[in-house]
Ligand binder design. Structure first.
Ligand code: AQP
Length: 332
């Protein structure tokens, strides 16, 4: 079986963008790929985190994998910092990545613009290298991610190719797997910005901790475009195109069918039905999350076994890389 790897940061509440762009794909891929899925807590500390909240969020993301439908008997689910090989390989890769290419990463540019270049952590700058290590350790064939992470997967390929050219075939070259629908869900209050966990305003995202009433309110208040026609036109009507994408993602109905039904009904009716589709789509996951909360021992056991399985693969890759690069005294 080919292998899929992906990670999600415990950097806030999981939102519908994370679900449609990432988790949903992970679940669909299970029949075709061996899945290795990680809670990337080392990535989360590239921006300030409260230790208590971070630990809580690590549990939440881990539980979300299972609640979304990842089956731990087929896929490996673990916490990144439980497998030290991630930071070990990241350091080695850092010595092959250039300052120039990391400076061009859009996510770094966006986040450092917000925080100010002088004061953001060096970890935020090196984030894509740690992500490359995450992927290359497991010799992943595909990396299912949302559109925002495509550039980082491309950097991963560049690094792998550079190292393979110099030292021989150490790494498999991974392909990003971007879903055809939902790869870039935009903020409800600004269709030019992507929906983001760490956004300041909670009205910009719908989180899986939101109750049905909160979801209805957030959707009712979501920004719309001028006019009253519900049509899919990302250029002229980016807000409505985003809402149609969300509707299609949760209802399973194609966008053109939704356009036909709501073209003339006005925004209020469209938004009311959209809210119900989102609530219905989220409900089974929210229910399983609540069930898992009542049984913390189960999650801990899954993560312990996951970390053991992941470490066995990761350590073997690191051993080969160290040997090829000339680190230590070799295995004699
Ligand atoms: N708006 C989005 N639409 C579709 N997919 C998205 N993803 C993130 N935002 C959207 C995908 O979700 C997965 C997990 O993301 P992450 O935790 O690694 O961090 P991120 O990409 O930086 O996502 P966030 O939600 O914006 O978090 P913060 O605010 O902490 O940076 C990835 O596959 C991502 O592509």
């Amino acid at each position: 079986m080919k292998r899929a790897f992906s990670g999600v940061q415990p950097s806030g509440n999981i939102h519908i963008g994370n679900y449609l762009g990432a988790f949903r794909q992970f679940v669909q891929l299970q029949d075709v790929y061996e899945g290795i899925y990680c809670v990337v807590d080392l990535h989360a500390i590239t921006v300030p985190q409260d230790p208590g909240e971070l630990r809580e969020q690590i549990r939440e993301v881990a539980a979300f994998y299972l609640a979304a439908g990842i089956d731990p008997s087929r896929s490996t689910v673990f916490v990144q910092s439980d497998v030290p090989a991630h930071t070990e390989l990241a350091w080695i890769l850092n010595c092959f990545a250039t300052f120039g290419e990391l400076s061009r990463m859009t996510q770094f540019k966006d986040k450092s613009r917000k925080g100010g270049q002088e004061s953001v952590s060096a970890g935020l700058f090196n984030y894509p290298v740690l992500m490359a290590a995450d992927i290359l350790l497991y010799q992943a064939d595909v990396v299912p991610v949302g559109e925002d992470q495509k550039q980082h997967v491309e950097l991963t390929r560049d690094l792998a190719e550079r190292i393979n050219r110099r030292f021989g075939p150490l790494f498999r070259l991974p392909e990003p797997l971007i879903p055809p629908l939902g790869a870039r869900i935009m903020a409800l209050d600004n269709p030019q910005a992507k929906m983001s966990k760490s956004a300041e305003s909670p009205s910009s995202y719908i989180s899986f901790t939101d109750s049905p009433d909160v979801i209805r309110r957030k959707i009712a208040r979501a920004v719309t475009d001028s006019g009253r026609e519900v049509i899919y036109d990302p250029e002229a009507k980016p807000a409505i195109a985003n809402l149609l994408t969300i509707f299609s993602g949760f209802s399973g109905r194609p966008v053109h069918e939704l356009e036909r039904e709501y073209r003339e009904t006005g925004y209020a009716r469209f938004k009311a039905d959209l809210a119900e589709a989102v609530i219905a789509g989220m409900e089974p996951i929210q229910r399983r999350l609540a069930e898992m909360e009542a049984e913390p021992g189960y999650l801990e056991q899954v993560l312990r076994q996951g970390a053991e399985r992941a470490a066995a693969i990761a350590e073997s890759t690191v051993r080969q890389v160290k040997e090829a690069v000339g680190l230590g005294l070799g295995r004699a």
